[in-house]
Design a protein around this ligand. Sequence first.
Ligand code: KIV
Length: 265
Amino acid sequence: MKKITLQILTNMKRAGERIAVATCYDASFAAILEESGVEVLLVGDSLGMVFQGLDSTLPVSLDEIIYHTACVARGRHHALLVSDLPFMSYATPERALESAGRVLKEGGAQMVKLEGGSTQLDTVRRLTDHGIPVCAHLGLLPQSIHKVGGYRVQGRDPASAAAIREDALALEQAGAQLLVLECVPASLAREVTASLTIPVIGIGAGSGCDGQVQVLYDLLGISIGKVPSFAHNFLHGCDSVSEAVARYVAAVKAGTFPSSEQSFS
Ligand code: KIV
């Protein structure tokens, strides 16, 4: 199988072929996910909630991200491996460089993801200047949950929609090579996706993005606590995890997931 690169993902966007992304925290699932057609594995700090049983992503440490990234790296062969920079590990561009360097060197990640818009432009420039690919993340930012006040849809009013549009362009100009858009109205996500040359991966952002990402435990229906309304249990009615993941990938590729019920207006 061909190794997935950022260039391949950009070509997929140009060709209109949707990209399937899932979070992953260990070697066994890494092997199953890529065998079933997932192109990008994300070691998300969601591991704090679904793996560690925490009520937010904030306590997840850099060492824990590196540990899980190294586990995933051992099971992966061709999917692109992206890891989250955890809360406060990129509070300054210098700190981000040190943290991201460790995630690549010690964990084996090929790209790091960080949350935020205009405040992160210097950091994105600093990382990419040092050869570290960056995936940006806009919309609902779980690491800012105490500021935002809840896990709710972002970009519904004209001012915050405009900020998301502007931040997306600025992040691309600063060097980000992938963008995750979380919990925004489908029409806004479609607009942002069309305005960028880099691939936009949605979660709770409608079917108009270049690809979709889901938290692995949500798509298998094994998450504890409240499951987001934009998630779907693909394991239901399947005989195996591989079959469930293949169904997820097929639904992303066909543009049938997310449906309008799993999207926001
Ligand atoms: O931490 C995570 O899993 C994420 C995805 C939900 C995009 O950031």
